[in-house]
Write a protein that binds this ligand. Structure first.
Ligand SMILES: [Zn+2]
Length: 107
């Protein structure tokens, strides 16, 4: 019973409440679910191409000249400068600014 109350609170409160947004002189009342849907859409638009790109990229360590493929999460949250990334090489365990190279296959 406690879970049902908590679940209904988590689902119904955002549906019943609204956020007031002012554009110029006009005040709009936007439901929270609209903001949540727009936020999810923006995240999908950003993350889907980024994750798609991480599947076909390899990096070459400038220290040992060996290639490695980091996980998508490591790649997304690593420090970037243009297309180079600061990554820890799994072979020599050193952090370097690594140059990317892409798989030849197209999708
Ligand atoms: Zn290395």
């Amino acid at each position: 019973m406690k879970h049902i109350r908590l679940l209904s609170l988590l689902v119904l409160v955002p549906l019943l409440t609204a956020c007031k947004l002012r554009f110029g002189d006009t005040l709009y009342e936007v439901p929270w679910w609209v903001i949540l849907v727009l936020l999810c859409a923006v995240l999908l638009i950003i993350l889907v191409p980024a994750l798609k790109n991480t599947r076909r990229v390899w990096f070459t360590c400038p220290g040992c000249n060996r290639k490695f493929k980091p996980s998508s999460a490591v790649l997304l949250f690593s420090l970037h400068a243009n297309d180079h990334c600061v990554l820890k090489c799994p072979h020599c365990n050193q952090r370097h600014m690594c140059a990317p190279s892409y798989d030849q296959e197209r999708d």
